[in-house]
Write a protein that binds this ligand. Structure first.
Ligand code: FAD
Length: 473
């Protein structure tokens, strides 16, 4: 085991440097036994003990001030590939699972645009991708087994034999301990068609029921300042290894990924750096957005691609083209109206506060999903709004207002991907499911060894006697 503990200050930053934590110990396990040893040595590895995957979460959920960060990237082995499952260590990258499956004519069900989240985080935190017809849009929904090293240092195996515990573990956010192994379902590799069509915002909101009824997934790029929504439709069109399978186009997603990962954030950062006069800067970005939606419609279409090609392997550090986002999922019935109101909201915010996000927003339709206790689509299908920005001064204030806007409309946050969620907002979104999670957590971690201040602030408040208090408001 490579580990360092001591008095000298340790600094651990999130991927883009937004969040900085100062743990007293920074452990780098390479086996499940190492993780057991960490949990059993509170003197060398003080609480809170928090795993770190790739540090990509745009919320402060990886914070472990005064405690221990357990860097999982040394545990990245793929352990087994079955007929319809794959098992890997918790620090393995999702894109590496996808590539291994592809070699064997298999694929993951959910192919997120981010490839470098770790499977340990994907199993126990919230994720998003547009649901393919008849499927879920959250990675954890397909997790059928986890080996968790609990705060006492025991190994807890969670499987489909205990559906209630599995449902809770799929949104346990490290609060049951460190996920060291994950088994997730796979399916035969499919061919995927993709196309984009652009609408005016109000037109898109009106057409939503019709678009949802088509047999395609629905993701969108939203450009509120030029009144456009570019909708991405994807469909499975057949078995990629079947007799009539066509040769897939491997450049369509490369182009999308290059634009998303490099061109769009690069343009925003260059505009911020080179054009001090605000009206000119945003005029240029409006022009960029208008070109982008035209390019999306014309270039990002293909009748045959492969699902794993959608994933992006981001660099280890964000650098110049880093960006951040924050997300809320709105119940489908209220979404059309909420989207129009969101566009009014950001335009009003821009006028009154002289601030706007320098990138677009995106959104996903995620199907009804009760597989995890804190699923943001637990009560029915949702559509999300995720503003994206390079994190300029003003972003956090904007999110404070945005969070209120969303929570007031009955939207749900993703605790690892929505910045600034309050206990009241969490309660409004998840109701008494939070108490159920908390009851599991207190049974597994009675001494709060893995409970950080971040999660303490959103979970049900503790009374002095240690009982769980009721709703905060
Ligand atoms: C550029 C960019 C693009 C993104 N695109 C997408 C996207 O397309 N879809 C999507 O769903 N998300 C996306 N995200 C968000 C990101 O995927 C999620 O926040 C994800 O949880 C990050 O995984 P990670 O491995 O970096 O986990 P971390 O951020 O390191 O950790 C997240 C939380 O999980 C805990 N944790 C981590 N590993 C373990 C473990 N093994 N056991 C127990 N607890 C653990 C940590 O303590 C922390 O609380 C994106 C983020 C960025 C920055």
């Amino acid at each position: 085991m490579r580990a360092a503990a001591g008095e000298k200050q340790i600094v651990v930053k999130s991927w883009d440097g937004t969040f900085v934590t100062h743990p007293r110990a920074h452990a780098k396990p390479t086996s499940i036994d190492d993780v057991v040893a960490i949990m059993r040595d509170p003197e060398r590895y003080p609480a809170p003990v928090r795993a770190r995957g790739s540090g990509h979460s745009p919320a402060n959920c990886g914070e472990a001030d005064g405690g221990t960060i357990v860097d999982m990237r040394g545990m990245d082995r793929i352990l087994d590939v079955g007929e319809d499952t794959i098992t890997a260590e918790g620090g393995a990258l999702y894109i590496d699972l996808a590539k291994e499956l592809e070699r064997r004519g298999l694929q993951l069900h959910v192919n997120t645009e981010i490839g470098c989240l770790t499977i340990g985080s994907g199993a126990c935190c919230a994720t998003k991708d547009a649901s393919m017809p008849g499927e879920h849009g959250q990675i954890s929904a397909y997790v059928v087994g986890m080996k968790i090293v609990t705060p006492s240092g025991d190994v807890l195996e969670v499987t489909e034999d205990d559906p209630e515990l599995l449902q809770a573990a799929r949104s346990s956010y490290g609060l049951f301990g460190i996920v060291c192994e994950v088994t997730i379902r796979a399916r035969p590799l499919q061919q995927l068609s993709v196309e984009h069509r652009t609408f005016r915002v109000a037109q898109f909101a009106d057409l939503l029921p019709e678009l949802i009824a088509t047999d395609a997934s629905l993701m969108f790029y939203l450009f509120p300042f030029v009144d456009r929504v570019s909708v991405e439709f994807r469909q499975y069109v057949g078995d990629a290894r079947g007799p009539g399978a066509e040769r897939p186009n491997r450049t369509t997603w490369k182009l999308r990924n290059f634009t998303w990962r490099t061109v769009a954030p690069g343009a925003a950062r260059l505009a911020e750096a080179c054009i001090p006069w605000r009206p000119a800067r945003y005029q240029l970005l409006n022009w960029f957005d208008s070109s982008l939606h035209v390019a999306l419609d014309r270039l990002l279409r293909s009748p045959v691609t492969l699902p794993p090609d959608q994933m992006i392997r981001y660099p280890d550090r964000a650098g110049f083209t880093g960006f951040t986002s924050s997300i809320w999922g709105f119940p489908e019935p209220v979404f059309g109206r909420a989207l129009n109101e969101y566009c009014d909201f950001v335009r009003r915010y821009d006028r009154d506060r002289k601030w706007r996000a320098n990138m677009l927003a995106v959104g996903y339709r995620v199907d009804h999903d009760t597989s995890s206790l804190l699923s943001y689509s637990y009560d029915g299908p949702v559509l999300t709004i995720d503003p994206v920005c390079t994190g300029t001064a003003g972003w956090v204030d904007f999110l404070d207002s945005f969070n209120g806007f969303c929570s007031d409309r009955g939207a749900s946050p993703l605790l690892n991907q929505t910045r600034g969620v309050t206990r009241e907002m969490a309660r409004r979104a998840f109701g008494d499911r939070l108490d159920t999670l908390e009851a599991h957590r207190r049974r597994i971690d009675p001494a709060d060894r893995v409970l950080s201040d971040f999660f303490r602030a959103v979970l049900p408040a503790q009374t002095p006697a240690g009982d769980v208090a009721g709703p905060v408001s």
